[in-house]
Design a binder for this molecule. Structure first.
Ligand code: HEM
Length: 503
C-alpha cells in the first residue's frame, strides 16, 4: 500500500473536519513579524467575544495585559487593533512617537465612516485637522476660556441649574439619571454659548431630544457593532443599533446646520460673537474654502465640540454627586473648606481654586477612579512604528487604555479605594502624587477641551456643594460608587437622590 493510499484510508469526514478546524485555528493565529501578542483568536470572529457584551472593556483589557504585556493585539472579525496599557507604553506612543500615532480610524470603523466622517476635529487627521485644531484653540481663548467672561457665564448657568434643582427639591427625592439630564443641559449650554452665542431652555423639546440621543450614543461601544467586524454586513442589512447611531449623528448635524443658517442672517463681520461667526468670517470674507474651512467641516467641528463637551463634563459632575452621597464625611470636609474660603455666600471664582486643596484633591481622585473615557478615542498609526519592542503596521487602530493607568497598583496603592487624601502633601497642599494620571490623554491629540472642562467642573462642583447637601432618602439603598459599566463613556448607576438646600 502506497503512502497516499494509507493516508486516504484514514481520511473519513470527521477527520477531515477536525483537520480543517485545526488549520483554520492555526491560520487565525498568524500575525506579522514582531506584531504584539494577544489572546487566542477564533477562526473568522477572532477576539470578538471579548468585546461583545463586555460590561467594561477597559477592565477586561487590563486583565489581558497582565497576561500578554502592556501592548497586546486583538482581531475583531477583519479589524486589527492594538491595545496600549499603562503609563509608560501610552507615553511612548502618544508623546514620544506622537507624529506616528495621530491618525484616526475614519475609514476603519464603520460607524465613524458612515456616521461621523473624516471632517471636523475628532475624526479628522493630517494638515486639515491640524489647521482646525489650531483655530479652535485660538477661538476658545478669544471667546473666554480662562477669562472672567466665561466664568460669569458658567456661574449664570449654575444659577439656572439651581432654579431647577430647587423645584426638584420640592418634589423630595429624584432619580439620579434625571439630574444627569439636567446637568447635561447646563453643561451643553456653556459650549452652545461659546459656539452659537446662545443658550437653550432646559425644557426645549428639540434640545432635550438631542441630548437624550447624545447620551445614548456615548453609552454604546462602537467596537462591538457587527458591521465593524464584518464589513459585508453593511451591504446586506445594518443593525438597528448602528442605524440608531448614524441617525443620532445626522440629527446633530441638522441641529448645528440650523444654528449656522440662523447666524448667517445676523452675521456682522465687525462684531464676531462666537465660534460660528469666526468661521463665517474666515470662510466668507477671506474666501478661504480649504478642506479645513469648508462649510461641512465647520458643521462637523461644532458637532464634535457639542458632543465631546456635553457628555463628559455632565457625567463627571453626576459621578461627583454620587461620591458626595456615598462619602458624607468627605462631603462635610469639602463644604467646610469651601465655607472657610468663600465667605458670605458669594459666588465661587477660579481665583479661589489655589485655596481649596481638598476640592482639587476630590476632583482629581474622582477623575482617576471614574475614568470618564476609559479607552479614550482610538488613534491610528500613520506609518509602520516600533512600540515597546513590537512592530505595528501602518493604519492599525491603537487604543490607549486609560483605565489601566489609573488602576495601576504600582502607581496608586489600592487603586479601587476612593481617597482624595492621596492628592494632599504633608503641608496640606494639593499635589500630583504620580505621573500616571491621564484623564484627558496626552500628546498632540489630547483633549482640546481640557481647560474648559476643568473650569466648568470646578465651578459647578464648588457652587453645588456650597448651596446643597446631597444624600439618599432614609432607607434607600446606597449605590456602589465604582464604575461597572461603560461604552465610550462610563455611566454611573441610577439611584434615588435627595437634594437639600443649605441654609
Ligand atoms: C471631564 C471632561 C472631559 C474628559 C475626561 C475628556 C477626555 C477626552 C479624551 C480622553 C480625549 C481623547 C484624546 C485622544 O485621542 O488621545 C478627548 C478628545 C477631545 N475632547 Fe475631551 N474630554 C472632556 C471634556 C471636553 C470638553 C468640555 C470639550 C470641548 C468643548 C472636549 C473636546 C474634545 C475634542 C475636540 C477632542 C478631540 C481632539 C482631537 O482629536 O484633536 N472635551 N477628550
Amino acid at each position: 500500500m502506497s503512502i497516499t493510499q494509507l493516508l486516504l484510508s484514514y481520511l473519513d469526514v470527521p477527520t477531515v473536519l477536525i483537520f480543517l478546524i485545526i488549520l483554520l485555528f492555526l491560520v487565525a493565529q498568524r500575525k506579522p513579524h514582531r506584531y504584539p501578542p494577544g489572546p487566542l483568536r477564533w477562526p473568522v470572529i477572532g477576539n470578538l467575544p471579548i468585546v461583545i457584551g463586555a460590561k467594561m472593556q477597559a477592565k477586561d483589557f487590563m486583565k489581558i495585559s497582565q497576561k500578554h504585556g502592556s501592548v497586546f493585539s486583538l482581531r475583531l472579525g477583519v479589524l486589527d487593533m492594538v491595545i496600549i496599557n499603562g503609563y509608560d507604553a501610552i507615553h511612548e506612543a502618544f508623546s514620544e512617537k506622537a507624529e506616528l500615532f495621530t491618525g484616526r480610524p475614519h475609514d476603519l470603523i464603520y460607524i465613524i465612516q458612515k456616521g461621523i466622517g473624516k471632517k471636523g476635529l475628532i475624526m479628522n487627521e493630517g494638515p486639515s485637522w491640524h489647521e482646525l485644531r489650531k483655530m479652535i484653540a485660538v477661538a476658545f481663548r478669544d471667546f473666554g476660556v480662562g477669562k472672567k467672561t466665561l466664568e460669569e457665564r458658567i456661574l449664570d448657568e449654575c444659577q439656572a441649574l439651581f432654579e431647577v434643582l430647587d423645584s426638584k427639591q420640592k418634589a423630595q427625592s429624584i432619580q439620579s439619571t434625571n439630574l444627569q439630564r439636567t446637568l447635561m443641559s447646563a453643561v451643553s449650554n456653556i459650549i452652545c454659548s461659546i459656539t452659537f452665542g446662545d443658550r437653550f431652555q432646559y425644557t426645549d423639546k428639540q434640545f432635550v431630544k438631542l441630548l437624550d440621543s447624545l447620551a445614548r450614543f456615548f453609552r454604546t461601544s462602537a467596537l462591538a457593532l457587527p458591521e465593524n467586524a464584518f464589513p459585508f454586513l453593511r451591504f446586506i442589512r445594518t443593525s438597528s443599533q448602528t442605524e440608531d447611531m448614524i441617525g443620532i449623528q445626522n440629527d446633530l448635524r441638522d441641529f448645528v446646520r440650523q444654528q449656522v443658517e440662523k447666524h448667517k442672517e445676523t452675521f456682522d463681520p465687525d462684531n464676531i460673537r462666537d465660534i460660528v461667526d469666526l468661521y463665517l468670517q474666515v470662510t466668507g470674507k477671506e474666501k478661504r474654502q480649504t478642506k479645513a474651512f469648508s462649510n461641512e467641516s465647520m458643521v462637523r467641528a461644532i458637532v464634535d465640540l457639542f458632543s465631546a463637551g456635553t457628555e463628559t463634563t455632565s457625567l463627571s459632575t453626576t459621578w461627583a454627586i454620587l461620591f458626595l452621597v456615598c462619602y458624607p464625611e468627605i462631603q462635610r470636609e469639602l463644604h467646610k473648606e469651601i465655607m472657610q474660603v468663600i465667605d458670605n455666600g458669594r459666588r465661587p471664582s477660579l481665583q479661589d481654586k489655589p485655596h481649596l486643596p481638598y476640592v482639587q484633591a476630590f476632583i482629581s481622585e474622582m477623575m482617576r477612579v471614574v475614568n470618564i473615557a476609559p479607552t479614550s478615542v482610538p488613534h491610528v498609526t500613520q506609518d509602520e512604528v516600533e512600540l515597546c519592542g513590537y512592530v505595528i503596521p501602518k493604519r492599525t487602530v491603537c487604543t490607549a487604555n486609560i483605565y489601566s493607568v489609573h488602576m495601576d497598583p504600582k502607581e496608586w496603592p489600592e487603586p479601587e479605594e476612593f481617597r482624595p487624601e492621596r492628592w494632599i502633601n504633608k503641608n496640606g497642599e494639593f499635589y500630583k502624587p504620580s505621573k500616571a494620571f491621564l484623564p484627558f490623554s496626552l500628546g498632540p491629540r489630547a483633549c482640546l477641551g481640557e481647560q474648559l472642562a476643568r473650569i466648568e467642573f470646578f465651578l459647578f462642583l464648588t457652587s453645588m456643594v456650597q448651596q446643597y447637601e446631597f444624600s439618599t432618602p432614609i432607607g434607600a439603598q446606597l449605590p456602589r460608587p465604582f464604575p461597572e459599566r461603560s461604552g465610550i463613556t462610563t455611566t454611573p448607576p441610577d439611584y434615588e437622590l435627595y437634594i437639600m438646600k443649605r441654609e
